[in-house]
Write a protein that binds this ligand. Structure first.
Ligand code: FES
Length: 344
């Protein structure tokens, strides 16, 4: 009786409060969820992106890989696992936080592709129907013809001021990345995409106090979305001081600086912005900050009581270590970790 390979294996799976259903001995939690029709968040399916992370609430599992490179210390302590790298051994119950199980895929047309840097592009898509999302969340995008698997991208806006059906994303064109090359190819303007979501737990909490925001590379999208959303909603965080550190390699990797300047002007408290370059060219006229973004986190222990971080895992891990060493409570650090595999 498929999917069991032996009568002894009688594991089951329940997702976000669903009825339990059978899971095969060799199936991962992600494969079983998708087979059952649950479009849970996922992207690379090989343990490389962290999109499928979920909380193990009950049951025994077997993990196929060491996941500590993608999950934070706190997530590991809280029993987070990667669904694509975990099999069930008995009656397993998991929770995908922030997963909107009632969201249905929506189709839309690729409207525009604007070059922001040599490898980052802003895409706009007009959906067939408007969706509501929280600034900082993400969608899974794929060509409607099914030629490529879906990839996850964070919203780069808070919604179009005139047309709520228009959403935008920043896409980094990854060398050899089929999806990012497809999405940033002007030949595909006008083509139909499928958008699934919104998903994700990276959104502004009900916080009151000074905050630090750190972004790296195309990780700018959800941070911009969160900051602009805070201003639009007059969230109480805007009446406190904030520091925004944006880490990039070279000057040519900086973008959206005009939007950051508008955020600075619209912030109620003092809003400091610092772009930090890690690989300044010798002939560059750059006079700003250099090094790693973590070197520019102020060393005053109580400067900030909340942090929002988005970027590649090594940058975020380093930032968490520094912030915790400055006595920021780890539960007040919100992360959106991504790797090239999750968006290639
Ligand atoms: S889908 Fe599981 S880590 Fe990428």
């Amino acid at each position: 009786m498929w999917p069991f390979s032996s009568k002894q294996h009688q594991a089951s799976l329940s997702i976000n409060g669903s009825d339990a259903f059978d899971i095969g001995k060799k199936e991962t939690i992600l494969d079983a969820a998708l087979r059952q029709g649950f479009h849970v968040p996922h992207s690379c399916r090989v343990g490389g992106c962290g999109t499928c992370k979920c909380k193990l609430k009950h049951g025994k599992v077997r993990e196929l890989t060491d996941t500590s490179y993608l999950l934070s210390k706190q997530e590991l302590q809280e029993n987070y696992i990667l669904a694509c790298q975990t099999r069930a051994k008995d009656a397993v119950v998991v929770d995908f936080p922030g997963w909107n199980k009632t969201a249905k895929p929506v189709s839309g047309k690729l409207l525009t592709i604007e070059e922001l840097t040599h490898d980052i592009f802003e895409l706009t898509i007009e959906l067939e129907e408007a969706i509501s999302f929280l600034p900082g969340q993400y969608m899974r995008l794929s060509p409607a013809d099914g030629s490529l698997p879906a990839r996850c991208y964070s919203f780069a806006n808070v919604g179009h001021p005139e047309n709520p059906k228009i959403i935008s994303f920043f896409i980094r064109r990854v060398e050899g990345g089929n999806m990012s090359n497809w999405l940033t190819d002007p030949a595909h303007i006008g083509e139909t995409l499928i958008a699934e979501g919104p998903n994700g737990e990276f959104y502004l909490r009900d916080i009151d106090g000074p905050a630090i925001f750190i972004a790296g590379g195309s990780g700018l999208a959800p941070i911009l979305s969160v900051l602009e959303g805070a201003i639009e909603k007059s969230h109480k965080v805007i009446f406190h001081d904030a520091l925004f550190l944006f880490g990039a390699r070279e000057q040519r990797d900086l973008y959206a600086l005009d939007r950051i300047e508008k955020i600075r002007q619209g912030w109620g408290g003092h809003f400091a912005f610092k772009a930090v370059l890690s690989a300044v060219q010798e002939d560059s006229d750059w006079a700003g900050a250099v090094g790693m973004v973590t070197e520019h986190i102020p060393d005053t222990p109580t400067s900030f009581n909340h942090a929002y971080l988005c970027g590649p895992p090594p940058m975020l891990d380093a930032a968490i270590d520094v912030l915790v060493s400055r006595q920021l409570n780890e539960t007040n650090i919100y992360l959106d970790k991504f790797s090239d595999q999750s968006s290639s």
